[in-house]
Design a protein around this ligand. Sequence first.
Ligand code: ADP
Length: 471
Amino acid sequence: MAFFPLHTPNRLVGILAVYRDTPTPFTENDVQSGQTLAHLVTTALQNMQLLAEKHHAVVREKRLNEIARALYGERNLPTVLSTVIRAATELIGAEAGALGLIVDGAIIIHYPYNLPAQTQLHPQPRGRGLAWQVVETAAAIRLDEYTSHPAAEAQWIKLGLHAYLSVPIMSGYVCLGTLSLFHLTAGRQFTNRDQEMAGAIGNQAGIVIQNLRLIEESKQRANALAVSLARQERLDRLKDVFVQNISHELRTPLGIILGHAELMESGILGEMQPAQQDSVKIITRRVNMLTDLVNDLSVLLAAQTQEFRREPIQPHLLMNAMMDDFRLQAEAHEVHLQAEIAPDLPWINGDPTHLRRVFDNLMSNAFKFTPTGGNVTLRVWQEGDEVVFEVSDTGIGMPADQLERIFERFYQVQQKKKKKHPGGTGLGLALVKEIVEAHHGTIHVTSEEDVGSTFEIRLSALRLPVSNGGQ
Ligand code: ADP
């Protein structure tokens, strides 16, 4: 009988025993053959082991990739968490698993997999249990025998927990929770490779969880923004309704005050002293200003809600009406009023009353701010699909740094020379802009102090040919 040890480089893996049923002793040659045979068997064993390991590694790598793909496509956090714990438990071949996430910095919620039904998973206060140790050190804990650890908990011992492996779920340098795996059968243990694999899954899970949290956060921020925008819009609408109601309520008493003031001025109620007449004149002027303000406010709100008529308008008729309206004023101010209106202009679509209001405002301003001897010019021409209207004057002009603001409500330019032009509410140009924009048009101003100002309005030309006499 002869024995030949089967040696791998680090350990003895078996023995080759050779028997002979005749009493012939083994020769030197037999021993050599036995040794060669033992060597061959060892090499074959080693190769088989390597192959099995390689196969195992390939399978694990493939599963890991599958898990990663499944996780990255998922948008729901609880689904991600249960996928992670199921995949990790199955891939590593553990008997059960649990995943804990830190919420509000103090507790861990568990996602159990395959744990006995009687397991009670309470949120764990900071610092208690092995999982918190993993979180705080950001390092894995692996125990071959859980019961012998000083921090072992009664309920887990009762459940029969033997081998324990817990790895941190990391996102960068921050630990988000733990991934824990259990063997409930005595003698089963976790290997280095199991620990590596669990670590890799923990890292992948960390990235996915963090991404989902960021997405959730930005969703919440977007929602909060939408809510506050909706609230702002509601407040704006309430404010508009309020202003509209007030304007409406003011109109009647203002009309009555004006009527009585005019009655007193007419002398029907008896002759007044000159001082009384002056007072009544002031009342009339101020009431007229207030009425203008109230009217402007109403039109502003109407422009915002687009409560306008739409009808075809011939630009040259609109301009002729403006020229007629301002001829007398031009003579009174001793200002030259001129018009340059191109022939064959296309029609435009709009609300004639409000468009007249636009040019009324621009022309009134032009006269108000142009000294005696100056010019006010009205020009209209076509450019592509647009009709361009221009009101220009050779008046006091405006400083460049204030041009941006003149279309704001109640804004009035600080001008040295303006003192002789009191009154005005600062609403006129805001109104002009709202009306033009409600017509889908644009307004632009250029101005130079002591040289003059030019306001340019562009409105779309009507495409379809319109039969004459539509205005
Ligand atoms: P207001 O009721 O004060 O005229 P507007 O909104 O019509 O209000 O105009 C705002 C300010 O823009 C005016 O107060 C005036 O200072 C300036 N402005 C408007 N048009 C002209 C112009 N043609 N020339 C010089 N300044 C002007």
